[in-house]
Design a protein around this ligand. Structure first.
Ligand code: ARG
Length: 459
């Protein structure tokens, strides 16, 4: 296929070079943005008297027909035409003749690809924001379904203090809330319109960049043409946001995987969200959670990739920048898949309330409460800690739990123990006593649920 830039070349491009430099295999997904951007550009050229209204109409009709061809699967993308921009432009002149060649007036692929990528990312940001909210809603629904379910809370993966299961889940709700806010920040820098920067320095034609921005619903226009074609900050910001979000999903994945193991047995994932083993008939594996945890790595990698690609680049456009898209697209796909599968997996999981309660019955998670009890009777905390530590050691030696100790035995450790100690170290008492703001008591968790619901209504 003859090149749109063939004029100064005497030889045709080496086939390997064509394949190596071409981006059509991945940038074809921006065809809608490319066409919408071209239509806005054509309208602007006509409005500014750079092409005639009739020419603009012919171009726009041609572009609209090409859009239909692509959507119908009738468009043949050519590697020899390098990228989505030249594939569409070439087809345009095939369809409408030489007037198609006027579309690229006052434009370069450098500002064109930047425009397409900005538009594409804006569309995906909207979509991903919705998916974050869906997952937040799934967390809220599960938390609301188990308002009184207790479980051990961990530090160092050692049982620490009893908590409400809903409190644990809601921690992820608020993480995702910050991810949502970060995404709004990414939007701000994505919502800047680069077209009209030309190759790098602007253009000799009397264009109206603000008119293009207005048509394409951008709230700002790049102030500097060189910045407009060189900037990939918005992609880095998106990938930073994506990395943090994936890190959150990876953490919850780790918990889901642990909780669904026979050792924990806190939850059971629905069959629909698990896979089996080709050799071990008994297996039911939490693959979704494992894959989300695993895919976090590639998203981190894409962030590192674009940072590294950009770090030594002189202004303005360099072909290196074509490397910005595959990582971005892959991160978008990964996020969308992960968020969608997660929301339904959480909704359908079974929570083994009895198992979590039983685990709490047989551990020392109430030791802090015992120390707090002594403090409330006047003992300095450090001494109370020591006393309870000794009581725990005694229990370990005699093979019992704090709840099995009699009042007489307790008294041997401190005279301050009275009959009410037995009530004070019951699981429900321990949970509900943590009534400080943001704590795990049922009152606080009810309040959290309200705050969370209000956030959803605002988002
Ligand atoms: N396919 C190119 C990219 O993705 C489009 C811009 C090409 N510009 C150029 N001067 N070769 O970056």
């Amino acid at each position: 296929m003859s090149k749109l830039w063939g004029g100064r070349f005497a030889k045709s491009t080496d086939v390997m070079v064509e394949e190596f430099t071409s981006s059509i295999s991945f940038d074809q997904r921006m065809y809608r943005e490319d066409i919408a951007g071209s239509i806005a550009h054509a309208r602007m050229l006509a409005k500014c008297g750079i092409i005639s209204a009739g020419e603009a109409d012919t171009i726009i009709e041609g572009l609209t027909a090409i859009l239909a061809e692509i959507e119908a699967g009738h468009f043949s993308f050519e590697i020899s035409l390098e990228d989505i921009h030249m594939n569409i432009e070439k087809r345009l002149t095939e369809r409408i003749g030489a007037v198609g060649g006027k579309l690229h007036t006052a434009r370069s692929r450098n500002d064109q690809v930047a425009l397409d990528t900005h538009m594409y990312l804006k569309k995906e940001i909207r979509h991903i924001a919705g998916l974050i909210m869906d997952m937040q809603q799934a967390i809220l629904d599960v938390a609301a379904k188990y308002p009184h379910t207790v479980m051990p809370g961990y530090t160092h993966l050692q049982r620490a203090q009893p908590i409400l299961f809903s409190h644990h889940l809601l921690a992820y709700f608020f993480m995702l809330g910050r991810d949502f806010n970060r995404l709004q920040g990414v939007w701000e820098h994505t919502d800047i319109m680069p077209l009209g920067a030309g190759a790098l320095a602007g253009t000799t034609f009397p264009i109206d960049r603000h008119y293009v921005a207005e048509q394409l619903k951008f709230s700002q226009v790049y102030e500097n043409s060189m910045d407009a074609v060189s900037d990939r900050d918005y992609i880095m910001e998106f990938l930073s946001f994506a990395s943090i979000l994936m890190m959150h999903l990876s953490r919850i994945s780790e918990e889901i995987i642990l909780w669904s193991s026979s050792e924990f047995s806190f939850i059971e994932l629905d069959d629909a969200h698990c896979t089996g083993s080709s050799i071990m008939p008994q297996k039911k594996n939490p693959d979704v959670a494992e894959l989300v945890r695993g895919k976090t790595g590639r998203v981190f990698g894409h962030l590192m990739g674009i940072l590294t690609v950009s770090k030594g680049l002189p202004l303005a456009y360099n072909k290196d920048l074509q490397e910005d898209k595959e990582g971005l697209f892959d991160a978008i796909d990964t996020l969308k898949f992960s968020l969608t599968t997660y929301a339904s997996m959480l909704r359908d999981m079974r929570v083994n309330e009895n198992r979590m309660r039983q685990v709490l019955r047989n551990d020392f998670s109430n030791a802090t409460d015992m120390a707090d009890y002594l403090v409330k009777k006047g003992l300095p905390f450090r001494q109370a800690h020591e006393v309870v530590g000794k009581a725990v050691a005694y229990c370990i030696e005699h093979n019992k739990w704090l709840m099995d100790v009699t009042l007489d035995e307790f008294k041997a450790f401190s005279e301050l123990f009275e009959a009410d100690i037995l009530e004070a170290i019951k699981i429900e008492t321990c949970v509900d006593a943590r009534n400080s703001y943001g704590g795990t008591s049922s009152t606080q968790v009810r309040q959290e649920l309200t705050v969370a619901q209000n956030m959803m209504n605002k988002e």
